[in-house]
Ligand binder design. Sequence first.
Ligand code: DX5
Ligand code: ZN
Length: 225
Amino acid sequence: MAALKTPLIAPSLLAADFSCAADEVAAVERGGADWLHLDVMDGHFVPNLSMGPQLIKALRPRSKLAFDVHLMIAPVDPYIEAFAKAGADHIHLHVEAGPHTHRSLQHVRDHGVKPGIAICPATPPEAVSEVLDLVDMILVMTVNPGFGGQKFLTSQLAKIKTLRRMADATGRDIRIGVDGGITAQTAPLAVAAGADVLIAGTSVYGQDDYGAAIRDLRSGVHIPA
Ligand code: DX5
Ligand code: ZN
C-alpha cells in the first residue's frame, strides 16, 4: 500500500436541515470538515430525489469547502456542465450510470473539475479498471445509494482493499472515498481497508454538536505523521 494519508472528512448535506442549508454548511466548516459532500438524486438511477445545481450554486459563495458532488443520475452527460458551473470541485458519476462513463469522466475533466467514479455494492471492483487513468477518486458505496441513514455493508471492505491495490498500481494519486453508514465505529474498518475520504451524513448532521461528531470520526482513524 502507498503511504497512508490522514483521511479527509466530508459531511453529507443530505442529512442536514435544508431550510437553513447555508447555516448547516457553515456549521460543519467551523466544525473542521475538509470537504462538503452533495448528493444529487434523480428518482430514476436511484429511487429518491434530492437537489440540483441551483442549490449548489446558491451555496457556493457561502463556503470555502471543496464541493464534492455525487451524481446519482442517468444520463449524466447533459448535466455535467451545469454542475461544473454551479461550483463543483469534484464530480463523481456512477460506473453503472451508462455505457460511456469513460467519455463522461473526460467531460468532467474538460470542465476543470476533478472526476471520480462511484461504484455500487453489487458491482465488482474490476468494473472501474479501465477508467482509473481518468479519475482522482473512487467513491465506494457502502450502502445502496438513494437514502441516508442506512447500515454500513461490511461486505464492501474486501472491495475497498482490492480497489486500493488497483489504485496504487496505477502510480497515480487516487483517493478512495467511502459513502454510506460511516460512523466512528465503521470508519476505522474502512480506513484499514484503504479508504482515505470519509463521507458522513447522519453521523455528523444527526448529532447535536457537529464539531464533536467530526472529531469523533477523525480520532478513530488518525494516522500519526
Ligand atoms: C447515499 C448518499 C450518501 C448519504 C450518506 O445515497 O450517497 O452520501 O448521504 O448518508 P449516511 O452517512 O447517513 O449513510
Ligand atoms: Zn453520496
